[in-house]
Design a protein around this ligand. Structure first.
Ligand SMILES: NC(=O)c1ccc[n+]([C@@H]2O[C@H](COP(=O)([O-])OP(=O)(O)OC[C@H]3O[C@@H](n4cnc5c(N)ncnc54)[C@H](OP(=O)(O)O)[C@@H]3O)[C@@H](O)[C@H]2O)c1
Length: 327
């Protein structure tokens, strides 16, 4: 058996991350799961053991994210893989929702919390023999992709909304609120975060594989999962979408398949240091191929990556310097 790895993971209580976590546990790896609902985590992954640690953390609250980082830094144990997989979208909703610090929720959870985690834990990842960063992104970041072409495209403009600070609804500061675009934007931000991490590491004369990936469209049959919020807003529309995309056209992959792809990224040894983007590309009904893929041009813009990272860092520093619970 492969040497047990120490994996820190978000989004392991549902969907893709849950299936990956179950496989990793069965393979003997050690998991630290950041979860907002420890009861749900116990129901799905089992009670904590030396192999499974649960760290209650609502990613929509930067104070809690900061506390989790501080705890892991105090533990001072090398991290073989950090897996930034948690994600949400609430497409169909008319009103923006906000995190504890007043940041639009999709951006707060999908991007800001993950930037704080990976930045704070980077020394522990670098301390591992073959540490790596894995970020679950999505093809919808790319306006030229099948999913990215539907609705308002991803695009961050000059980050004017983000630069205004708490209360912004859209990162570009000029689009009307659109929850679907907010999700696409957050996934574009995930890729830019990976680009900036690679640049930053190179600047420090250090290297790590920073692996971003897109699982393909995953529509679980269970009542929860990725489309739960959209289903609440538009149950009929979502039922028709699932029927057509999953059952008739067979455009989707199962959560189990997507979870296995994530496990492979965590444990495979073929990754060279630097940036990687792999996508589970649809080749025909029911046929996908997981392969290295080009990102959109905007997701390769290193100047934008640097500016996004710096703006997020200021927001994080500001939020974490305030007493817990104040916005
Ligand atoms: N499904 C797709 O078609 C698809 C396609 C491309 C990319 N992705 C990406 O794949 C990743 C996993 O998605 P999925 O399909 O597995 O969705 P999912 O079943 O809804 O799982 C999302 C996970 O994120 C966690 N999460 C959400 N908000 C959180 C918060 N505030 N604090 C802590 N944890 C939070 C959820 O925790 P709870 O269990 O507590 O809710 C859950 O564990 C996401 O990054 C998503 O963007 C999905």
């Amino acid at each position: 058996m492969q040497k047990p790895m120490r994996v820190v993971i978000t989004g392991a209580t549902s969907g893709i991350g849950l299936h990956a976590a179950q496989q990793l546990l069965s393979q003997g790896h050690r998991l630290t799961v950041l979860c907002r609902d420890p009861k749900r985590a116990v129901e799905r992954l089992g009670s904590p053991t030396p192999q499974l640690r649960l760290l209650p953390t609502d990613l929509a609250n930067l104070s809690q994210v900061d506390q989790a980082c501080q705890q892991l830094r105090r533990d001072n144990e090398a991290i073989d893989a950090i897996v930034l997989n948690a994600g949400l979208q609430y497409a169909g909703a008319q009103q923006a929702r906000f995190s504890a610090q007043g940041i639009e929720l999709t951006f707060a959870v999908n991007q800001l919390a993950h930037q704080h985690l990976v930045t704070a834990l980077l020394p522990l990842i670098q301390a591992a023999e073959a540490g790596r960063v894995i970020i679950t992104a999505s093809e919808v970041h790319n306006p030229a992709s099948g999913g990215g072409r539907v609705g308002q495209p991803a695009g961050l403009g000059t980050l004017d909304g983000l630069k205004r600070g708490p209360g912004f609804e859209m990162v570009d500061g000029r689009s009307d609120f659109d929850a679907d675009k907010a999700y696409k934007d957050s996934k574009l931000c995930n890729l830019l975060l990976a680009r900036q991490l690679v640049s930053r590491l190179a600047h420090e004369r250090s290297t790590l594989p920073v692996i971003t990936w897109s699982p393909g469209l995953v529509i679980p049959r269970s009542a929860d999962g990725f489309f739960r919020d959209s289903r609440r807003v538009n149950p009929l529309g979502q039922a028709i979408f699932a029927l057509i995309a999953r059952d008739l056209l067979r455009l989707t992959v199962s959560v189990e398949q997507a979870g296995s792809l994530l496990v492979d990224l965590i444990s495979a040894d073929q990754f060279a240091p630097g940036f990687h983007y792999l996508s589970n590309v649809l080749k025909g009904p029911g046929r996908h191929q997981f392969e290295a893929t080009a990102t959109s041009d905007e997701a390769a813009n290193l100047k934008l990556a640097s500016e996004l990272y710096a703006t997020c860092s200021s927001l994080i520093t500001h939020a974490c310097s305030k007493p817990s619970g104040t916005a």
